[in-house]
Design a protein around this ligand. Structure first.
Ligand code: ATP
Ligand code: ATP
Ligand code: MG
Ligand code: MG
Ligand code: MG
Ligand code: MG
Length: 269
């Protein structure tokens, strides 16, 4: 620390590597649950989608956004979440390791901290872990394509899992039989199985499951009553309206242009 004289050991600091992210790029931190296939089984996640687990992921992501103010949008599905820092951010001098570890540790501790709010009395059996990575995107097109890639992944996996578990839970197939049945099928084939055999229209399935969760900052008007005291007068209750930034969640398409047109403040020129 600063009040200590420089010691002869101090030179070791020079071994640290400069890991500042390239200027002017969006900084994306993506985290992913470690071995959550097993974690989901051990904690009896419902198949194909456990809403408690998805709620806890989104709650933890909210906590990260509240903690690191330069995050402009976050997108999550399954056991992963991506956080996007604005291009001009100078948080932690854009140091990659600082940004990534703050995101992942805040997320992990929140996941444990809020567990009870979503799983009630069901115990958390061991401390879960998450990996993290940093990717830089130099332009809006690349960033939108990144998010589209994650949402397309959500769609592909969810369609597969929805049919797979319908075949097992409603069709009486074993997991091996269900896997065989789906081998080589395209999206249309999977939709057809759902519709013809289980009377399920995939488009009517829950939007959280089909589209994942997108978190953005939005201004909301808030009215609070304030007590004011004027000299020689009685106390007065006055309504005061102010606008506050709050994290809002969406379960909508972010691949098309509509979402971006409706929220032009997210991306910079
Ligand atoms: P930063 O986020 O930059 O790390 P910081 O407040 O954590 O900021 P550090 O240089 O990491 O700053 O110092 C950690 C501080 O935490 C110490 O200066 C001390 O005040 C406090 N602290 C940590 N551990 C203990 C402890 N075991 N007992 C008392 N104080 C502690
Ligand atoms: P890795 O450590 O390589 O990430 P992993 O087992 O976590 O391994 P992923 O590809 O990340 O593998 O897949 C996460 C798995 O966690 C899913 O395949 C699913 O089994 C389970 N899972 C995550 N979230 C949910 C949920 N909300 N509902 C049901 N299952 C879930
Ligand atoms: Mg993986
Ligand atoms: Mg995982
Ligand atoms: Mg994953
Ligand atoms: Mg510290």
């Amino acid at each position: 620390s600063s009040n200590m004289a420089k010691s002869k050991f101090e030179y070791v600091r020079n071994f640290e590597m400069d890991d500042a992210c390239l200027r002017n790029c969006y900084i994306v931190v993506r985290l992913d649950g470690r071995n959550f296939h097993k974690f989901a089984e051990q904690h009896k996640f419902t198949k194909p989608n456990d809403d408690r687990a998805l709620g806890l992921m989104a709650r933890s992501a909210r906590s990260v956004m509240g903690d690191l103010e330069d995050i402009v949008i976050a997108y999550g599905q399954s056991d992963e979440f991506s956080f996007i820092f604005k291009r001009t951010s100078t948080l932690f001098k854009r140091r990659s390791s600082k940004l990534m570890t703050h995101v992942v540790s805040q997320f992990s501790s929140s996941y444990v901290f809020y567990w009870k709010e979503f799983f009630g009395d069901q115990p958390l059996l061991y401390p879960p872990g998450f990996d993290g990575r940093v990717v830089l995107y130099p332009c809006n097109r690349n960033l939108k394509d990144y998010l589209s890639w994650r949402q397309a992944d959500c769609h592909i996996n969810n369609l597969y899992n929805t049919v797979f578990w319908a075949l097992v839970q409603k069709g009486g197939l074993t997991t091996v039989q269900a896997e065989d049945r789906l081998k080589g099928t395209l999206a249309a084939g999977k939709n057809e199985i759902l519709f013809a055999e289980f009377d399920i229209n995939y488009n009517n399935e829950s939007a959280v499951h089909r589209k994942g969760t997108t978190l953005i900052w939005e201004k909301v008007k808030e009215t609070v009553t304030k007590r004011t005291k004027l000299p020689n007068e009685e106390d007065k209750e006055v309504p005061v309206t102010r606008s506050r930034r709050m994290v809002q969640d969406y379960h909508c398409d972010i691949i098309g242009e509509q979402f971006w047109q409706e929220h032009p403040e997210i991306l910079e020129d």
